[in-house]
Design a binder for this molecule. Structure first.
Ligand SMILES: [Zn+2]
Ligand SMILES: [Zn+2]
Length: 270
């Protein structure tokens, strides 16, 4: 069965709903009958469909400038990809577009201006296996491995008697959703200009990071207490003010189709 799954409307189609219901009932039946391979295959297809749907939603949120919502969905895509990829072949990851999605998720994330996150610290009483309920201890483990698939179900370690110890601010978070910024103060123009040139979530694109040199005269209006345009994190006065040229990190987007010639102009915020 061919399913069209590209737009948000496609994700809500009767065809998709029926396909998901069918896979769920096939998975249950296979698990009941002890047909582990079939149950696992149904799990993969279900998760693959859900990951495609999540990615389409995230792309749609970028188009609507709901950047935070898309950020949260991209993280969910990443987590799903991690578990699916542990339990499937490269061929499956390619034909279900999951490798494409993961590649784009990482690239979209790299274009976000977020750099500060909060990270909760917990004390954990104990973990238990989600498949058999076994209390996991250093010298007492069950036969199930965390993140692996058993009869159509993923083995996770459930946390018990969790105690919150505190919160710290970090730049590389374990959970990416805990962004500490007010989006209205941030610049999303990179993502905005990228997605304005993409017709749908599965159009291919790439990016290359380079540096471009600009003569110092172009920065005559930057005060010496302002952050340096080279993005070193220093002030202009302490960094590039005495150089002849300023090197600015630059991102080139590479599209699979030719763009109208006015689409690529460089604007300076100074
Ligand atoms: Zn177990
Ligand atoms: Zn500088």
């Amino acid at each position: 069965m061919e399913i069209k799954l590209v737009t948000v409307d496609d994700t809500k189609s009767e065809q998709i709903k029926r396909a998901i219901e069918l896979l769920k009932s096939e998975k249950q039946a296979a698990a009941r009958n002890g047909n582990e391979d079939k149950a696992n295959q149904c799990w993969r297809e279900l998760e693959g469909l859900e990951l495609n749907i999540l990615f389409i939603q995230a792309f749609n949120n970028l188009k609507s400038k709901c950047y935070r919502q898309a950020w949260i969905e991209f993280e969910q895509c990443e987590i799903k990809y991690l578990f699916i990829s542990k339990n499937s072949t490269q061929e499956f990851l390619n034909t279900s577009r999951l490798n494409f999605i993961q590649d784009k998720v990482v690239k979209f994330q790299s274009l976000y201006p977020y750099c500060l996150f909060c990270s909760p610290e917990f004390k954990v009483g104990y973990y238990s296996c989600s498949i058999c309920g076994h209390k996991v201890r250093p010298r007492s483990r069950c036969e199930h491995k965390k993140g692996m698939l058993y009869n159509g179900e993923l083995c996770l370690h459930e946390v018990h008697e969790m105690e919150m110890l505190g919160i710290s601010l970090v730049t590389k978070p374990v959970q990416k959703y805990s962004v500490m910024h007010d989006d209205s103060t941030l610049d999303f123009t990179l993502i905005e200009s990228l997605v304005s040139n993409l017709d749908d979530a599965f159009e291919d694109w790439n990016l290359s990071r380079t540096k471009m040199k600009f003569p110092i005269e172009r920065f005559s209006r930057v005060s010496k207490d302002h952050m340096c345009p080279c993005k070193s994190g220093e002030t202009f006065g302490a960094c590039c003010i005495d150089k002849n040229e300023v090197e600015i990190p630059h991102i080139d987007f590479i599209f699979s189709k030719p763009l109208p010639s006015d689409a690529e102009t460089i604007t300076f915020p100074y």
